[in-house]
Design a binder for this molecule. Structure first.
Ligand code: ADP
Length: 714
């Protein structure tokens, strides 16, 4: 039965249309804007255009639009008429449509004059004109080539519906993981297999190896190592010990300092399993924990402790490029702060600032204003600092410093993993990642790194979440260089390469090798520039393109690496060289202990294995014992046939004596029972006595011949 023809379905459709119409009329009466116009405004905010919008008119979309478009500089403000555009109308200059206002195919960064164009939204075409953005982004003469094809994004591995919605509004096509996506947005680290199979136009929102700073134990290991190398520069985190490896060190420190310690599970999250203590003796020497000195004098606002969630975007690890989002969140504790005492140490609503912990408290404040609430925007914190005469600029440069140093502590691993996973990714970067840095500020305004989240929460439970996280995702998707890769061209090139590789004969390979060798020798001899020098490497070229793209699409991000202040470049340079000074795999006291522990564990496992094997063997022996009788006999015979088994075995005297006794007893019994006599007389009676019987028992024969009853005789 076709459901669409059913009365029920038609009635539902009618009701739906009726309610839609009613809502529209209602909105009109109340003078509210339609969602479509709000959509246009959103799209405009995505574009390079800023207010004031000179005119915003719309008409029903007449026909399919052409893809070609470019902004045009106009000498005078544009005059825009409301018009019903026909499909056959000559191609006017217009901004590229799509769901959003993905602005242009070719961008001249010198455009300051008003631009005009069309936006296609919900089957309606809007003709808009606005002044071009005159932001601080550097002017560039060159023109960036942006891919013609619509980019596709796969968000099926993410639980946040917002990401799909924003991508769609930016003109991305939502596709499944099995399709040829340009971006894969996943909440968890994907497997290495996925990294290896990625095409050159694809990007993923995680870097391989980022776990080095995203797990508490690995982060403390890396930061402790860097602290050892650069004791003056790396005081960016509270003193941390990894138990049980650093148990002795922690106990020693606790004996000499009267401090409160915070203990966390090594890979925990959301405040789970955290507690405070000032007595480390209560911890067992084999417990796996992260032990940290507790920052007992944090910066307080309105008497509450808080921490900062700073969103950082990494667009490349080699060269390292980091951006910090200017907006973020401050998460507040929900009980007023008092320095830890044995009486209040258990009060998690006072000492922990996690949203997941504090939302359970009835004191949780859902206030929407900037200066109240248990979750506030970073801009509100900045305003508070300015009001209280703190140097906000210096504070944020210190935060940037902490973020850079934290990433640098894992940089060798990140770089190595990236090159190992993406050896041929030469068009755009294969990865980007939004990291959530949790930063605690003490009363002197010194920031400390607590934790790094590789998948920060994008839940939008409160208005403040929406105001921060939506623009963050939008700016991230605009900043990443996906659009610079031409999917079709790359696929074509890859196919061609495979074909060439298949068709290339052996001789061709040899010839090309010879030619390459000869040119190398020549260039070395004459000192002539190599091919590399003559034509810039395509990789370098694409990197330059990417940098140009990022610089012109920063949105609300600020670049922190490479540092905007050139004098800081040398300062950070030394941390890049960490591998030259001390290998990250070099032994420290803690790593030795860890290794010892690992060795012990290995031995234990081996012992266990050996025991298990023994048990298995004994079981199989038992099995062998209860083999069928025939098989056992055969086995024994086989053994017997072996030469050595013919040799007489050892006979013990005691055994022999025992055997004789048994034999004597048997003979006596036979005698007493007169078994031999009764059988003999029977055989005699029936005439069956053989000669042997007669010669063996002559007496019995004689008695029987004489007519005696031998069975009754003694
Ligand atoms: P989780 O990953 O479980 O959230 P965190 O390391 O982020 O663990 O710690 C949870 C909360 O505990 C932080 O938000 C912070 O308020 C508090 N905290 C953690 N470490 C310290 C510390 N060393 N000093 C003071 N407070 C801390």
């Amino acid at each position: 039965m076709n459901l669409k023809n059913s009365k029920f379905y038609k009635r539902i459709q009618e009701l739906r249309n009726f309610s839609k119409e009613k809502i529209r009329k209602d909105r009109e009466q109340r003078g509210l804007r339609t969602p479509v116009i709000r959509g246009v405004e959103m799209a405009l905010s995505e574009s390079k255009c800023v207010a004031p919008v000179i005119e915003l008119e719309w008409s029903q979309l007449a026909g399919p639009l052409k893809e070609e478009c470019s902004p045009r500089r106009r000498p005078s403000p544009p005059k825009i008429k409301q018009s019903k555009r026909k499909a056959s109308a000559p191609a006017e200059p217009r901004l590229k449509g799509g769901q959003g206002f993905q602005p242009v195919k070719t961008i001249g960064l010198n455009d300051e004059a008003p631009v005009e164009g069309y936006i296609d939204l919900n089957n309606l075409r809007f003709r808009v004109a606005c002044t071009a953005r005159t932001d601080n982004s550097p002017r560039r003469e060159e023109v960036l080539k942006v891919s013609d094809s619509k980019s596709a994004i796969c968000v099926s591995n993410s639980r946040y519906a917002m990401i799909g919605r924003i991508s769609k509004s930016l003109g991305y096509k939502l596709v499944k993981e099995s399709k040829l996506w340009n971006i894969l947005w996943s909440d968890s680290f994907p497997g290495v297999e996925l990294f290896k199979n990625m095409k050159r136009f694809q990007q993923i929102n995680h870097f391989p190896g980022m776990i080095e700073i995203c797990r508490k134990d690995l982060l403390s290991r890396n930061l402790n190592r860097m602290l050892k190398l650069y004791p003056h520069d790396y005081k960016i985190f509270p003193k941390t010990w990894m138990l049980p490896a650093d148990y002795g060190d922690a106990m020693h420190y606790a004996q000499n300092h009267k401090r409160t310690f915070i203990l966390k599970p090594d890979s925990g999250a959301q405040g789970r399993g955290i507690w405070l203590t000032n007595d480390l003796k209560t911890i067992g020497p084999n417990e796996r924990l992260i032990c940290q000195t507790y920052i007992h004098r944090p910066l307080l606002i309105d008497g509450y402790k808080f921490d900062l969630r700073v969103y950082t975007l990494i667009t490349s690890v080699d060269p390292l490029r980091l951006y910090v989002y200017n907006e973020g969140l401050a998460r507040f504790a929900t009980n007023k702060y008092v320095e830890p005492t044995p009486g209040n140490a258990h009060d998690l609503y006072m000492h922990l600032t996690n949203y997941s912990v504090n939302k359970r408290n009835s004191q949780y404040d859902l206030c929407d204003n900037d200066d109240c609430g248990s979750k506030r925007k970073l801009s509100a914190i900045n305003n508070w600092m300015t009001r209280h005469n703190y140097d906000v600029g210096e504070f944020w440069s210190n935060v940037d410093d902490v973020i850079i140093k934290t990433v640098l502590s894992a940089w060798p691993v990140l770089k190595h993993n990236y090159h190992a996973c993406f050896p041929g990714h030469d068009t755009i970067q294969a990865c980007f990642e939004i990291l959530g840095f949790d930063i605690l500020v003490d009363w002197k305004l010194k920031p400390y790194i607590l934790e790094v989240n590789h998948s920060p929460s994008f839940h939008t439970n409160e208005q403040v979440d929406r105001e921060v996280k939506r623009p963050l995702i939008r700016d991230t998707l605009s900043l990443v260089s996906t659009v610079l890769a031409d999917k079709r061209q790359i696929l074509r090139e890859d196919r061609k390469r495979v074909k060439q590789r298949l068709l290339k004969s052996k001789s061709d390979v040899q010839r090309s090798r010879l030619v390459a060798g000869a040119t190398k020798v020549l260039s070395n001899k004459e000192g002539s520039p190599t091919n590399k020098e003559q034509s810039p490497e395509p990789e370098a070229d694409s990197l330059a393109q990417q940098i140009a793209w990022e610089e012109s699409h920063m949105g609300n991000f600020r670049r922190i690496m490479p540092p905007p202040d050139p004098s800081r470049i040398n300062y950070y340079g030394k941390f890049f060289g960490q591998t030259n000074l001390v290998s990250i795999f070099q032994e420290t006291a803690a790593s030795k202990k860890r290794e010892d522990l690992a060795r012990k564990m290995r031995l234990q496992i081996e012992e266990k294995k050996a025991k298990q094997e023994q048990m298995l063997n004994s079981r199989s022996k038992r099995k062998r014992l209860i083999q069928p009788r025939l098989a056992r006999e055969k086995h024994r015979l086989n053994l017997f046939r072996l030469k050595e088994n013919w040799a007489p075995g050892y006979v013990s005297e005691a055994e022999e004596r025992l055997r004789n006794t048994w034999q004597q007893m048997r003979t006596e019994a036979i005698k007493n029972l007169k078994i031999t006599e009764s059988i003999y007389s029977l055989l005699f009676q029936f005439g069956h006595l053989s000669n042997t019987d007669i010669t063996t028992f002559p007496n019995l024969y004689h008695y029987l011949q004489c007519g005696y009853d031998i069975t009754g005789a003694t």
